[in-house]
Design a protein around this ligand. Structure first.
Ligand code: RM4
Ligand code: MN
Length: 388
């Protein structure tokens, strides 16, 4: 039997971090469709994150991407965020948009360019000190396009050296999250292509380094929940970048195309006792909203994560374990599917009502007129977007 009160408590305590860049203009390499009302600076992105938190109650943290969110005074930006009821979360580095990085950043064959890239990582740690952020999130586009273009093994050595330098700079409760991605923009070989590579580097670095799973960064039919279970067992899972992948790039709304996969992932989180924010996993979104309105899209994404989590919490684990022990394959599967097939929307509506929120955050956002307000207010200036 599932303890409904415990399920509700877990759902109330759940936290989801939103990405500043999701509120900005974005697109594909073919076209960026700009939208009215888009933030023009980091403050307006933070304000949008605060709006999302206001309607969902579970998103009090916003991740920044440097230099997209570069400001003169990060302490002031942190204070601004707190005034609006949110905190600044992970600092994401960007060593992929400078001409120098054509052949790589921290794995570039040129020592001067490696220095510049590593300095950017150190700068990000400095910013963390000012914003009070715990997490340094690293994603490297580094790789090569042709066999023989560079030495694969030397590139691993260069990567390890840069990671070590950054790692040794961390203090207090600061952590390093190392993300991986199968391919793109490098196509023949990527320097951190998979969780195994990230895990090996994190092991070598030490306790503060953990793996970030971006749900969009795997080959088709990779069993992501297995990776979750494995890394939790090794105490090396630090964060998620949630999104939904269809074919190549990864930035559609989490749970949009495959809510069952998200349920399976969240089940491993619940099974591993890792849902509680105190466990230390950062559940972040890493998405772009190219054709849909951004704030309601983030609200919807958060609701998708909540629904998958609620279903995962509803798995009757005693009955499941009994069926597993008895080798009753069909019963075990049925117990699992029963939870997945439960309509958890009324339960989540109750959790929201209990927290003093509107039970339907999307409808509440629509009614609030906030979208119309930002469209009217945010006129002039330069809209934030890729590279902005
Ligand atoms: C990458 C990766 C990173 C994100 C960049 C913008 O594919 O997912 O997390 O910061 O995109
Ligand atoms: Mn990511």
């Amino acid at each position: 039997m599932t303890d409904l009160a415990a399920v509700k408590r877990a759902l109330t305590a759940q936290r989801i971090e939103t990405p500043s860049w999701a509120y900005a203009n974005s697109g594909t390499r073919f076209k960026v469709f700009t939208q009215p009302g888009v933030p023009r600076n980091p403050e307006e992105k933070i304000a949008d994150a605060a709006t999302v938190h206001q309607f969902t109650g579970v998103a009090p943290v916003v991740a920044l991407h440097i230099p997209w969110d570069k400001v003169d005074d990060y302490a002031a930006l942190g204070a601004y965020a707190r005034d609006l009821g949110v905190e600044i979360g992970a600092i994401n580095t960007n060593v992929f948009q400078d001409d120098d990085y054509k052949l790589g950043s921290v794995t570039n064959p040129d020592a001067g360019i490696r220095r510049k890239a590593t300095d950017h990582l150190l700068e990000a740690i400095d910013i963390m000190g000012r914003t009070g952020s715990r997490d340094l999130k690293l994603w490297f586009s580094d790789g090569i396009n042709y066999p023989g273009q560079d030495d694969l093994r030397n590139r691993q050595d260069r990567l390890a050296a840069a990671l070590r330098e950054a790692y040794d700079r961390l203090t207090g409760n600061q952590r390093m999250l190392l993300e991986y991605k199968l391919f793109e923009p490098a196509f023949y070989a990527t320097d951190v292509p998979d969780w195994g590579t990230s895990y090996a580097h994190c092991l070598e670095l030490g306790e503060r380094a953990t793996v970030c799973i971006d749900t969009g960064h795997h080959a088709p039919s990779t069993n992501i929940e297995f990776i979750v279970a494995f890394l939790l067992r090794q105490k090396k899972l630090g964060a998620f970048d949630f999104n939904s992948r269809f074919y190549a790039d990864d930035d559609l709304m989490v749970g949009a195309a495959d809510p069952f996969q998200l349920f399976r992932i969240m089940y491993e989180i619940v099974r591993g006792g890792a849902l509680d924010p105190a466990y230390g996993i950062a559940f972040m979104l890493d998405q772009c909203h190219n054709i849909e309105r951004k704030i309601p899209a983030i609200i919807r994404s958060i609701m998708n994560v909540q629904e998958a989590t609620a279903k995962a919490l509803l798995v009757d684990r005693d009955t499941l374990t009994a069926a597993q022990q008895a080798g009753d394959v069909l019963e075990a599967n049925a117990v699992f599917m029963d939870a997945y097939n439960t309509d958890v929307r009324p339960l989540l509506a109750e959790v929201r009502t209990d927290a003093g929120l509107d039970p339907d955050p999307i409808a509440a956002y629509r009614r609030s007129g906030h979208d119309e307000k930002i469209i009217a207010e945010r006129v002039g200036g330069t809209q934030a977007g890729w590279g902005a």
